[in-house]
Design a protein around this ligand. Structure first.
Ligand code: G6P
Length: 607
């Protein structure tokens, strides 16, 4: 969703901010803007559409420092030039960019109008600019003015502010929406996502909720909303700039699908403990006796994270024999859930920022539950809100549609399930069997990726239809859901996921020659039952693409993609890989905007 980049230092901030904004494009946005403060005041430019549209609209000679920029994903007000950030206050002194949502915006607007200030846009952000302008009448210092303004604001924000009267400063604040500072040599950076600035510096400081920072070329100072000074320690981020580049690829989604063997290696790295036939997970912060005491596991996440949680729940039930379920975090938080005192709660999120998942964790923590995270983004809001957890270390994921983080999350769940199992009743022999299978996953994923030509051909066939049915059973069911979602997200094809056995209770009526069926059919204990379903589909002229193992009978499906065998519990991890490529190639055949699907955002930081 929205993104922030800022620069203050001795170089020209404009290209740095523009390039940073392009790094944030993947988060999803519909307009962008930039402001520079100089001796002649503020210069502000905005454009609907892509950052390239903003670049095209900029005067050739614009340059300077400090500069701030923003990519906006519309919430309050349509995606127009007018509503794009930065917003300037009534006095023309302050320019503000903002991520998040101000909940008392209607009340603030009313007060401002009563004070004779007529907002020019429909945004909540412009209101913050005016509040800062009003506060500056009494407090000339921009930090004090921002602090005073924020006392009147309810909601979530990550903010960066330029002050025309101090054209060597940026003031930033954070409450519920990430802000990271980057330290350079006589220069400072700020961003909502470290990926936007990692090219320039890897020395960073994460602001905490309720903190304000003043950035000047020579350094920064931090304080709280109630004016207490805070000492911050910088850290070195372990990220390569290359990970944010397309390299030889046309799309991040394809690049990231291809990175899965290495991503899974990283997820497994240092965690397979052959000596005790178990998995070592250093970040759980729970003693074995505590882990034994949980009677149920509840997994929460949104989108692909939720579906990976469904696979996680199955793995935990199968391997640790603890009842486990997954639920959409967005539903959970609003149904006033009963908190199970004997339950272990697990929040899943690639970004660690998803608002609904974060709110679910906060609700759980407030009610005293134990919450672990399965998260990609180290140090993210959800990671910090948990009691501990497992980082998946998949590396940065830029494509909106998740691929490597989905796979690595499933691998992390498999490891957690073995760990929980081994302190309960999973035998050492089963521990060894699964450890070996986990170790072999990267090579098997690589082997699946080699079948790309056959998968591409199947995708081009699928792309001819308006609608498709994805079916699976038990282990294959979350995979069918994830695959249907992926086809919707990137190919904009209508796709419905159904449990194979449920088909005959309704959707079988849809099956005909124009409704292709993609069936996830592992050679497991349910294979025979699945085959019966496929016969029922065939009998109704349904066309089938089967994803299964080499034992799959050739005449049962028009097309078959065969994945290597692993241990049955881990089958879903491999069965999903061809389905990622299927969605990618269907989207390619249909000429979709694959990395930036319409209406979607990578990190959904609003409810
Ligand atoms: C958005 C993305 C999905 C993603 C979901 C959860 O909806 O478009 O691809 O699965 O958020 O994201 P998270 O970062 O919490 O895993």
């Amino acid at each position: 969703m929205c993104g922030i980049v800022g620069y203050v230092g001795t170089s020209n901030g404009v290209p740095i901010v523009l390039e940073g904004l392009q790094r944030l494009e993947y988060r999803g946005y519909d307009s962008s803007g930039l402001a520079v403060a100089g001796s002649s005041g503020l210069k502000v430019h905005k454009a609907k559409g892509r950052v390239s549209d903003l670049k095209a609209a900029l005067p050739k000679r614009i340059k300077g420092s400090p500069a701030i920029g923003h990519t906006r994903w519309a919430t309050h007000g349509a995606p127009t030039d007018h509503n794009a950030h930065p917003h300037v206050d009534f006095s023309g002194r302050f320019a503000v960019v903002h991520n998040g949502i101000i909940e008392n915006a209607p009340q603030i607007r009313e007060r401002l109008v009563a004070d004779g200030i007529e907002p020019r846009s429909e945004t909540d952000t412009e209101l913050i600019a005016h509040l800062i302008g009003q506060a500056a009448v009494e407090h000339d210092d921009p930090v004090d003015a921002l602090r005073t303004a924020l006392r009147r604001v309810e909601g979530a924000y990550g903010l960066a502010v330029l002050d025309a009267q101090h054209p060597d400063r940026i003031v930033v604040a954070r409450l519920g929406s990430p802000i990271v500072l980057g330290l350079g040599d006589r220069e400072m950076y700020v961003a909502s996502d470290v990926g936007a600035i990692v090219r320039h510096t890897r020395q960073v400081v994460h602001l905490e909720d309720g903190e304000i920072a003043l950035l000047e070329p020579d350094g920064f100072t931090t304080s709280t909303l109630d004016a207490r000074p805070v000492q911050k320690v910088s850290e070195l981020v372990d990220l390569d700039d290359e990970q944010f580049d397309l390299g030889e690829h046309e799309h991040f989604l394809r690049k990231e699908i291809g990175e899965q063997p290495e991503a899974v290696e990283r997820t497994l790295s240092g965690r397979l403990d052959e000596r005790f036939s178990t998995i070592k997970l250093g970040g759980l912060n729970l003693e074995p006796n505590e882990l034994r005491s949980f009677k149920r596991v509840y997994i929460l996440g949104c989108g692909s994270a939720y579906y990976s949680g469904e696979i996680g729940a199955q793995l935990i039930e199968e391997l640790a024999r603890i009842p486990a379920t997954a639920e959409a975090a967005s539903e959970f938080r609003y149904r006033n859930p009963v908190i199970d005192p004997d339950g272990l709660y697990i929040a899943v999120s690639q970004s660690g920022e998803t608002a609904d998942t974060l709110a679910a964790v906060e609700e759980l923590t407030r009610k005293g539950a134990r919450v672990l995270g399965v998260i990609n983004q180290v140090g993210s809001a959800i990671a910090r809100a948990n009691n501990g957890g497992v980082y998946i270390h998949a590396g940065p994921e830029v494509s909106v549609a998740s691929s490597k983080s989905f796979t690595s999350t499933c691998v992390a769940f498999a490891m957690l399930a073995v760990h929980l199992g081994r302190i309960r009743d999973l035998s050492p022999a089963d521990g060894d069997r699964l450890i070996q299978a986990l170790r072999d996953l990267p090579a098997k994923i690589a082997a699946i990726l080699e079948q790309e030509d056959a998968i591409k051909e199947a995708a081009e066939w699928l792309a001819q239809y308006d609608s498709a049915m994805f079916i699976g059973r038990v282990r294959g069911w979350p995979i069918a859901r994830e695959a249907a979602q992926k086809i919707k997200e990137v190919a904009y094809l209508h796709a419905e996921a159904y449990q194979s056995a449920e088909l005959k209770h309704g959707p079988l009526a849809l099956i005909c020659e124009t409704m292709p069926v993609v069936a996830v059919v592992p050679d497991d204990e349910l294979n025979e039952k699945q085959r019966s379903t496929l016969h029922e589909i065939k009998a109704r002229s349904g066309q089938i693409l089967a994803i299964g193992h080499e034992s799959f009978p050739e005449d049962l499906a028009e097309r078959t993609i065969v994945v290597p065998r692993t241990e049955p519990e881990l089958d879903p991890i491999l069965l999903n890989i061809p389905l990622q490529l299927l969605a990618y190639h269907a989207a390619l055949a249909l000429d979709r905007d694959i990395d930036r699907p319409r209406n979607l955002a990578k990190s959904v930081t609003v409810e």
